[in-house]
Design a protein around this ligand. Structure first.
Ligand code: AMP
Ligand code: MN
Ligand code: MN
Ligand code: MN
Length: 277
């Protein structure tokens, strides 16, 4: 079995349509797939229709990647195997969409006022083209207007952690998004734990809080994590009683180091999240 429980379609900041994502997963031998777009499940819903019509497709698990905050950190929580029609969950996603819209306005405003950039909101909106708007669309707008030499430079200079365009005032608390997932019958998974650049003590504290508010799993194999990183998170997961998950965080060509279906193996002594499905 090959599990890839974290990837993005063009309904958020991924490159491929949900149908193309399912095709690629099938090609790569993924047997169980979760599409986890940022704060929307419309890509998953499209993929579900496609999977019902196609043969030899991977088993598709419902998914989402929710933005939230813990202390001063922006955190991502993946929700898996949830009832996407649970009314409070549907309402929560509508609020997240509004939060993203307000946040985009704030990002554009701050980039103008604090960094002296032109108003990038119209271009970012056009580039998002109906998907959940986020920092990658502002990065693409900067690139299009010749303000930066590549996407990475846009994050480094304007949008990355601690920079002017890193706006997180709109996001709910970690405990709240975990509750949305749990109440929709899903499993909450802490995404890419080493991406937050926390000290070991902070990371342990965050994962402890996550477990106490109903989080069940952590991505032990995330994106292109190396063996030492897998071992480190695997051990933390065992110590804190969290299940292990695995996801490539595939977005397409803009992040070529994360490839669909390419995830490190989970150490044999870690219980895995898919045992719940
Ligand atoms: P947002 O959801 O608006 O906070 O944007 C976060 C997304 O930006 C992440 O999910 C990544 O896909 C993307 N991202 C973060 N850092 C970088 C980077 N240095 N270069 C390119 N994309 C990035
Ligand atoms: Mn992304
Ligand atoms: Mn993420
Ligand atoms: Mn992701």
């Amino acid at each position: 079995m090959l599990y890839d429980l974290h990837c993005h379609s063009d309904h958020s900041d991924g490159e491929l349509s949900p149908e193309q994502l399912v095709d690629l997963a099938r090609e790569r031998g993924v047997t169980c797939l979760a599409i986890t777009d940022h704060d929307t499940d419309s890509g998953y819903r499209r993929a579900r229709l496609y999977c019902e019509a196609e043969s030899d497709v991977p088993r598709l698990i419902s998914g989402i990647e929710l933005s939230c905050v813990w202390r001063k950190f922006s955190i991502h929580v993946v929700g898996l195997n949830l009832n996407v029609d649970h009314p409070p969950y549907v309402e929560a996603l509508a609020r997240q969409a509004q939060a993203r819209e307000r946040r985009a306005e704030t990002i554009a405003h701050k980039l103008q006022k604090k960094s002296g950039l032109p108003d990038l909101l119209p271009a970012a909106r056009r580039l998002a083209a109906g998907s959940t708007i986020g920092r990658p669309h502002f990065a693409a707008a900067m690139l299009e207007q010749g303000l930066v030499s590549d996407l990475n430079a846009a994050f480094k200079r304007y949008l990355g952690a601690g920079k002017c365009g890193d706006v997180k005032t709109e996001w709910p608390e970690l405990a709240e998004v975990v509750q949305w997932i749990v109440e929709a019958g899903g499993v909450a998974v802490l995404a890419h734990p080493l991406k937050y650049k926390m000290t070991r003590t902070k990371l342990r504290q965050m994962l402890t809080d996550f477990g106490e508010c109903g989080g069940r799993a952590v991505e032990v194999a995330s994106g292109s994590s190396d063996t030492a990183e897998v071992q480190y998170v695997a051990r933390l997961a065992r110590e804190l009683g969290l299940l292990a998950s695995a996801g490539s965080d595939f977005h397409g060509r803009k992040m070529p180091w994360n490839q669909l279906g390419r995830v490190a193996a989970i150490p044999a002594d870690n219980p895995c999240v898919w045992e719940l499905f």
